[in-house]
Design a protein around this ligand. Sequence first.
Ligand code: GDD
Ligand code: MG
Length: 367
Amino acid sequence: MSRLRALILAGGFGTRLRPLSCTLPKIMFPVAGRPMIELVLSNLYSNGVDEAVLAIGYMADVIRRHLGRRFEGMRLHYSLEETPMGTGGAVKKAERFLRDGDFFVLNSDIIASPPLQEILSSHVVKDAAATIMLHRVKDPTHFGVAKIDRSLRIERFVEKPRRGDAPSRWINAGVYVLDPEVFDYLPPGRKASIEREVFPKLASSRRLYGYRYNGEWFDIGRFEEYKRANRAALSRLSRNEPSVGSDVRVHADARLVPPLRLGPRSRVGAGATLGPYSSVGESVVVGEGSKVSGSILFSRVHVGKNSHIRNAVVGEGAVVGENVRIWDGCVIGDKVYIHDGVRLVHDVTVCPHKEVTRSITCPGVVT
Ligand code: GDD
Ligand code: MG
C-alpha cells in the first residue's frame, strides 16, 4: 500500500474561543482530558495515515513542544506560517510534503470519525480533483455548503451563505482528499481560502465530489460545540466508573459520578462531588464540599471549599475561592482569581488574569 499523508490545518486564531484561546491554541483544548489534536492524530493513524504535516502559525511553539516529531507510529512535520496564509495558502505552502499523490486535508477543530479509506476509494473511483466529506446540519449558514447531484458530484459550493441562499443542508465537514493538481489552483506566497477560491472553480469544472458522513460530528470552534464534543467524548467513557489519572488523591467521603475524567495528580476534598459529564485536567484541587458538574476544568485549577461549578469552562490555573457559584455558560480565563462568595450566574466571560470581587448576575464580559 502506498504511503498515506495528511495535512492538518491548525493555524487559526480560535477567535470564537476567546479568552481561553488567547493562552492556549484551540487544538490543545482538552476533550475528555486529552488535547484534541491527539484525538485527530490518533484517528488518522488508525486509518492508515503514516505521515502528517501540521500547518501552524499561531502559538506554533506550544504545539511543536507538545507533539514533537512522532505521534503513535506516525511521523510529524511542521509547515510554519510567519503570517496566516488562510486555508488555501496553508495547503500551497505545504506542497513539498504532499505532491506525490492524493492526500488528506483536515480542519483541526473537527471531532469526528471520518472513514478515510472509504473517502479515498470514492475519490479515486470518481476521478475527482477533490472530495469533500459532507455532513447534514439544520442550519448550514456558518459553514461551506454543497449542492450535490445523484452521483455525489458537487454542482455548487458556497462558503458561509446568507440565510436563504444555502443550496442545501449538506455542509463541508472539514475533511478532504485532494489530488496534487489542486496545487495548480493555488497562488504561491499569498493568503488564500480553499473554500472560497478553489472549491467553486473545481465545482464548475465538474471535478469536485462529496462523501456523505452521517456519524457524530463537532466543530469545536464555538464554546457550545466544544462543550457538546466533550459531553459526547465523556459519554464514551465508562458510565459505571470514573476515568481517573495516576497519583490522584480523592477523600473517602468525596463522590465521583461518571461519566467523569479526573486528570493525574488532582486532589478532591471531603464531601466534594465531581461529575457527571465533567472533564477535570491535571493537578486540579477541588476543596471540601465543592461540586463540579457538566463542566470542563483545565489543568491546575484550584477550587476552594463549598463552591459550585455547573455547565462552565474554567481555564488553566484559575483560582476559585470559597462559596463561589459559577453557573451556566460562564467561561473563566486562565489564572483568573475569583474571590470568596462571588456568584457568576450565567454567561459571564472573564478575561485571563482578572480578579472578580463582586457577583455578576447577568451575561457580560469582565475585561
Ligand atoms: N495553517 C493555517 N493557516 N490554518 C488555518 C488558517 C491559516 O491561516 N486559518 C484557518 N486555519 C485552520 C483553522 O485552525 C481550522 O482548523 C481550519 O483551518 C478552518 O478554519 P476555521 O476558522 O475554523 O473555519 P470555519 O470553522 O469558520 O469554517 C471551516 O470549517 C467548516 C467546518 O467546520 C470551513 O472549512 C467551512 O467550509 C466548513 O464548513
Ligand atoms: Mg472551525
